[in-house]
Design a protein around this ligand. Structure first.
Ligand code: ZN
Ligand code: ZN
Length: 361
């Protein structure tokens, strides 16, 4: 992911401040996006051990050179296998309580480590980086902005190809190709192109169905820059929009707009969800809005905070979250409208730039 060494030093310093509260004198990281966040290393396997005075990046032979280049402020140590690598890194006996990410360590690996280490040395931790990672710094926001801009440019090209007779999967492949051609490192997730009755499935996979006149087409897509993901959904209609479709589109758009108006530092995530949900419920479509209103985006496409009825998180300036209400009428069609926004003290800035007014292609 590159970036300034000072950024990583600041992240590590903020984490070290929490050691007394967490009751640990070291933390083992196994989750690769967390390792990337703390060190800059973008390989697909490794372990990061944070000690009070240094960070040790443990990798296998494939990644020694890459780790040295990407994470110059960490001590890079090569291991033959993960267990022996962790054992020798912790082997000195100075570490008394090593936290580890409970969600990222397999039961098998945990058992093997526990057998070999002193009883009570491994301390399971949950969401160690959730708070830190959910608030983005300037460099992270810049990458999210670039990713969103690439996706916008690609979508504007792909709209030109959307005609009756073209298969969903052709549109999806064109979208992926154009995002990559414009500089995206990969796609945020498999691009969704869902037409006609498929649009009623929130996570439809693009298939051989050919677009037809009058179809609703839900497109959910994202580009990646420096490991940071964009996420946006547009719902278009081909040729002509029926009265019922127009009515539902206005309801979803209204839910989206009201929720975005309410986004600001200090707002409760569950209140943002409630605002969007109430607009949809009042019009009688509550049972057809079957998912949360949004989620944080960053190194993971879905990360903290969650904007749902169950969330107890509060929005903070610097968070980047999606707002994505939808109505899905089984067997008929669906509408989802999603933007990615940067939370500010007194409101928010929309980072995904495609207009969400009803567009008839
Ligand atoms: Zn999405
Ligand atoms: Zn999303």
């Amino acid at each position: 992911m590159g970036g300034e060494a000072t950024v990583y030093r600041q992240r590590l310093a903020r984490l070290l401040e929490r050691f007394p509260h967490l009751g640990v004198d070291a933390i083992l990281f196994f989750e690769m996006n967390n390792i990337c966040y703390l060190t800059g290393f973008t390989g697909s396997d490794g372990v990061f051990l944070l000690l009070p005075d240094k960070g040790v990046l443990l990798v296998d032979g494939r990644y020694v050179t890459q780790a040295g280049e990407e994470a110059p402020q960490s001590d890079v140590v090569q291991y033959r296998d993960k267990i022996s690598g962790v054992m020798s890194a912790l082997g000195g006996g100075e570490v008394k309580r090593a936290g580890f990410e409970a969600a990222a360590l397999s039961v098998e690996l945990h058992e093997k480590l526990r057998e070999k280490l002193a009883p009570g040395l491994l301390v399971p931790l949950t969401g160690v980086l959730t708070g830190l990672r959910s608030v983005k710094d300037g460099q992270e926001v810049a990458l999210l902005r670039e990713a969103a801009d690439i996706a916008t440019k690609a979508l504007l090209q792909v709209i030109e190809l959307m005609h009756p007779g073209v298969e969903e999967r052709t549109i999806a492949m064109e979208m992926d190709y154009r995002m990559r051609a414009l500089g995206s490192e990969e796609t945020s997730f498999p691009t969704i192109v869902a037409s006609g009755p498929n649009a009623a499935l929130p996570h439809a996979r693009p298939g051989p169905r050919k677009l037809e006149d009058g179809d609703a087409v839900v497109m959910d897509y994202g580009a990646v820059q420096g490991g940071y993901h964009s996420d946006e959904t547009c719902t278009f209609v081909l040729g002509r929009a029926g009265a019922k479709f127009r009515e539902v589109y206005v309801v979803v758009k209204d839910a989206h707009d009201r929720a975005i108006e309410a986004v600001r530092a200090g707002a409760a995530c569950r209140d943002i969800d409630r605002i969007a949900r109430q607009v949809i419920e009042k019009k009688g479509y509550g049972t057809y809005f079957s998912h949360g209103t949004g989620h944080g985006v960053g190194l993971d496409v879905h990360e903290a905070p969650r904007l749902s009825a169950l969330s107890d998180q509060i929005l903070e300036a610097g968070m980047v979250v999606t707002i994505e209400p939808g109505i899905y009428l089984p067997g008929q069609w669906g509408v989802r409208i999603e933007d990615m926004v940067l939370v500010k003290e007194d409101g928010c800035e929309i980072l995904t730039k495609i207009s969400k007014e009803l567009k008839i292609i």
